[in-house]
Design a protein around this ligand. Sequence first.
Ligand code: GH3
Ligand code: MG
Ligand code: MG
Ligand code: MG
Length: 296
Amino acid sequence: MESTILIIDDNPDTIRLLSVMLRQQARVLFATNGMAGLEIARAQRPNLILLDVQMKSMDGFAVCERIMADPDLRHCPVIFVTASGGVESEIACLDAGAVDFITKPLSGPVVQARVRTHLRLQAALASLDNLAHKDGLTGLHNRRYFDEQMALEIARHRRQGAALGVALVDVDHFKLYNDHYGHQMGDECLRAVAQALTQCTRRPGELVARYGGEEFVVLLPNSCEEEVLRYGDWICRHVAALALPHAASPVARHVTISAGLCSVAPDIEDGPASLLEAADKALYEAKRSGRNRACI
Ligand code: GH3
Ligand code: MG
Ligand code: MG
Ligand code: MG
C-alpha cells in the first residue's frame, strides 16, 4: 500500500520542491500552517510528517508537541525541516520528539534517503504494534490491548465518577459446534461473531476484543446498568439474527451467544479484576438460566 507523507510548511516553494522530490515514493499531502497540518494529520493519519521549524502562527516545535500529546498521532514519525543547522538546533528537534531532521538547502537524494529509511521503520513498527495488539484470527484487538485500555478507562471513569460498563460474551455450546462442523468452520463462526459485535459498536471509545477462545469482551464507556442491559440484549439478538446454522445446539437451530454484564462507577477498590469478575458471574447466570441471553 502506498505511504502518505504530510508536509507542513509555511513556504509554498518549499512544499513544491519537497513534493517533487517525494512524489515517486509516496502520496504527498500538505498544509501551510500548523493548525491545518494537525487537522489533516488527524483525518488522514499519514505515515510520516515533514515539519518546518520556522512558521508564523505556530512554530514547528509547538506542532510537534501537539502531535506527541495526541494518542492517535504520536506514533507518526516527524522529520523537522530546518534552515538553521548547528548542534543546538539539532538537539532541540530530537528533544521535541522528532525522529530526524533535514537541513536546508534541500538535496533531493538526501531527502529521499531519509524518508525511505523512516517509512521503512514506521512500517516495521506498525506491523509489530499490530502483532502485539491484534488477534490474528478475528482481527479484533486482543486481550493484552484490552487490559491496557481497561486500566486507563477505569482511571478516567474514577476521576469523572462515571459508570463504566463491561460485557463478557461467550458463544453457546461452541464445543458442540466444532464437533459437528469441524474446527475450520468453528474459526469462520468466531470471525462472524467478531464482525457482528463490531457492527454493534455505537459510540467512540467502545472497545471489542477477543478475550480468548470463544470469549469476547466489550468495554462500554459511560454506560449505566440500563444502557448496558440494552446493549447486551441487542448483541444477543444481533448474533442470533445472523442465523448461522448450529444443528447440534440444544438452545436453537442457529449460533447464539450469552453475555455477562456489569456497570459500576469505579472507586478506589475497583480494579479490572473486580469488574471482570462481576461480568463473569453474570455470564455464569446467563448460561445457567438457558443461554442466548444477557444477564447483569
Ligand atoms: P457453553 O455454552 O457453556 O459456553 O459451552 P461451550 O461448548 O461453548 O464451552 P466450552 O468451554 O466447553 O468449549 C469452548 C470450545 O471453544 C472448546 C474449544 O475447542 C473451542 N475453541 C476455543 N478457541 C477456538 C478457536 O480459536 N477456534 C475454534 N474453532 N474453536 C475454539
Ligand atoms: Mg517556514
Ligand atoms: Mg467459554
Ligand atoms: Mg462457550
